[in-house]
Design a protein around this ligand. Structure first.
Ligand code: MF3
Ligand code: CO
Length: 261
C-alpha cells in the first residue's frame, strides 16, 4: 500500500533529511586516510542525537550501527569497525537513516578518500548521474519503470552493471514503504507516480560484474569479483512537473569544496 504524504508531512520528511544531510557533512569532514569507520559512525550518531533525532538504522532488523560504511568493493550495509582504517585511494559509501517527528530520512553518498584513480572517479560521477537522471523522472504521470530504466541505461552505457538484490523504496513513517524502486527495468512499466509519493532513489552501481556476496557478518554486501562499487541516495517527493528533493548534498558540497563532483 502506498501512502501519499500531505504537504505538512513532506515538510517533516524534509526536516529529518536536513539533519541527515548535515550529519553526512560532519562525516565528510572526518574522511581522511587513517580514520576508522567506527570513528565515522560515532560522529554521525552524536550529531543525529544532538539534533533531537534518532539514527534509525541502528536496531533495524538487528543492524548494529548508525551508519552503513561500505569500502571499495563493498556495495552496501558494511558495518563500521575499529579495525577498518581508510587509506588513500579508497572510496567509502556512507548510508544512513534519521527519524524525527515520526518520519524517516534516507540518504547515502560515496566519498573518495584522498586521491582516487580516474577510473574510480568516473564510477562515482556516473553513479551520481544515474541518481539525478532518475530523479528527473520522479514526476506525476511517469512510472517507476521510467526511473528504473533511466538508471539502468545510464549505468550500462558507461560499461557498468546494476545491482539487482537491493532497490530503492517508498519512505515515510516506515523506513521502507511501497512502492519498490528498482534500479533496472523498462520504461512505461510499473506503478504510476502521483504527487505526494515519497521515494528513496538509490542507484548501486558495480564497476565489474553485478554478482554480489553477503559476508559472514550477515550484512556486508560486496562485489563477488571485488571490483569497486558506488551508491548515492536521495529521498524525493513526487510532484507535478519537477521532483522535490528532500535530502541534501549541499552541506557535503561545502565540506568538499572543489573536490565535490
Ligand atoms: N539506508 C538503507 C536503505 O537505503 C537501509 C540500511 S539497512 C539498515 O534502505 F539495516 F542498515 F538499516
Ligand atoms: Co534507502
Amino acid at each position: 500500500m502506498i501512502f501519499l504524504k500531505t504537504d505538512e508531512e513532506i515538510e517533516l520528511l524534509r526536516e529529518s533529511n536536513l539533519i541527515l544531510g548535515k550529519a553526512l557533512a560532519e562525516v565528510a569532514k572526518a574522511i581522511v586516510p587513517g580514520v576508522t569507520t567506527a570513528q565515522l559512525d560515532k560522529i554521525a550518531e552524536e550529531y543525529i542525537r544532538d539534533n533531537g533525532a534518532i539514527p534509525s538504522c541502528k536496531g533495524y532488523e538487528g543492524y548494529p550501527a548508525t551508519l552503513c560504511t561500505s569500502v571499495n568493493e563493498q556495495v552496501v550495509h558494511g558495518i563500521p569497525s575499529d579495525k577498518v582504517y581508510l587509506k588513500d585511494g579508497d572510496i567509502i559509501s556512507v548510508d544512513t537513516c534519521v527519524l524525527k517527528n515520526g518520519f524517516h530520512g534516507d540518504s547515502a553518498y560515496t566519498f573518495p578518500v584522498g586521491e582516487v584513480s580516474d577510473d574510480v572517479m568516473t564510477l562515482l560521477r556516473t553513479t551520481k548521474q544515474c541518481l539525478y537522471l532518475g530523479i528527473e523522472q520522479a514526476v506525476t504521470g511517469k512510472r517507476i519503470g521510467d526511473i528504473a530504466a533511466t538508471i539502468q541505461i545510464t549505468a550500462e552505457k558507461a560499461g557498468y552493471q546494476v545491482v539487482r538484490e537491493f532497490i530503492g523504496h517508498g519512505i515515510g513513517r516506515d523506513m521502507h514503504e511501497d512502492p519498490e524502486v528498482p534500479n533496472y527495468g523498462r520504461r512505461g512499466n510499473g506503478v504510476v507516480l502521483k504527487s505526494g509519493m515519497v521515494i528513496a532513489i538509490e542507484p548501486m552501481i558495480m564497476s565489474g560484474r553485478r554478482n554480489i556476496i553477503i559476508e559472514n557478518d550477515g550484512w556486508t554486501a560486496r562485489a563477488a569479483d571485488r571490483k569497486p562499487a558506488a551508491h548515492y541516495e536521495l529521498s524525493v517527493a513526487v510532484r507535478n512537473g519537477k521532483a522535490d528533493i528532500l535530502s541534501t548534498f549541499d552541506y557535503i558540497k561545502e565540506v568538499l569544496g572543489e573536490r565535490y563532483i
